[in-house]
Design a protein around this ligand. Structure first.
Ligand SMILES: C[S@@+](CC[C@H](N)C(=O)[O-])C[C@H]1O[C@@H](n2cnc3c(N)ncnc32)[C@H](O)[C@@H]1O
Length: 244
């Protein structure tokens, strides 16, 4: 499998520094983890480490894995700079049991990471692998920005707008696949450069999650439309799955 983040990794954090995660997301995890008595967490698509840092700050025992060596390299650097010692491993989330023999109270796969898998078969393999690493009574959490509502928005979106840098998403949809062309435009005296990264996602919505998670053996499946835990509907700006 190709590492789609091989070069994007090194500029990924133009979204924001990993310690500057949104307050609402932090409150969501704090409440959920306290309700479900979660103490140990595997972030199986940890990217540059933002949720590992957030959860470690909450006092949880966290470990992170990702398919991309480049993302892991950036995560290691970010976490070291924040004085966090968090175990990281290269691992495809379809085969977590190859690296992790232990189980966790929660497995998380956040910010539109699972939809990188483009077939039902691969998705099911990944969800079963995630389930295999969750303790009895534990929880799986998936989050994504693709929703019925966001799919209806104009195809061009400015997601970072600074005086020295702009990140623009140009989105296309075809036959159940969404391609996001990420255009990074550096426009300062120090750096003038344009880069394009193309991210391809399978469009997975609430009904698909119910079907896939049930097939993978999950019994309780809740789908929220935002971090305030209001139920997902056609106007939601986020899709958050909590499955047990
Ligand atoms: C959009 S990024 C999100 C990263 C991070 N979760 C965040 O919130 O910033 C998606 C991540 O999923 C990872 N990924 C994609 N396919 C994967 C796979 N099969 N196994 C493990 N990680 C994968 C990518 O390498 C990338 O780091």
């Amino acid at each position: 499998m190709e590492d789609k983040y091989r070069t994007f990794a090194y500029d990924y954090d133009e979204f924001g520094r990993i310690e500057e995660y949104l307050g609402a997301e932090k409150v969501f995890f704090q409440q959920l983890f306290s309700e479900k008595q979660v103490r140990t967490v595997l972030d199986c698509a940890c990217g540059t480490g933002q949720h590992l840092y957030m959860m470690s700050e909450m006092g949880l025992e966290v470990v992170g894995s990702d398919y991309s060596e480049a993302m892991l390299e950036v995560a290691a650097k970010n976490l070291a700079a924040l004085k966090k010692e968090i175990p990281l491993a290269q691992c495809d989330f379809r085969y977590l049991e190859k690296i992790y023999k232990e189980k966790f109270d929660a497995v998380v796969c956040l910010t539109t990471a699972l939809p990188h898998l483009l077939s039902e078969h691969e998705l099911l393999t990944a969800l079963k692998s995630m389930k295999s690493r969750i303790n009895d009574g534990g929880v799986l959490i998936l989050t994504q920005g693709t929703t019925h509502y966001t799919l209806s928005l104009p195809s061009i979106e400015v997601v970072v707008n600074r005086s020295d840098f702009s990140r623009v998403f140009v989105k296309e949809q075809k036959e159940g696949i969404e391609t996001i062309h990420v255009l990074d435009l550096y426009h300062s005296l120090k750096r003038t450069e344009n880069n394009q990264y193309d991210i391809v996602y399978k469009i997975i919505l609430d009904e698909d999650y119910h079907r896939l998670l049930t097939a993978a053996g999950f019994e309780s499946i809740e789908i929220y439309g935002d971090y305030d835990r209001k139920p997902y509907d056609k106007e939601s700006i986020r899709l958050i799955v909590v499955a047990q």
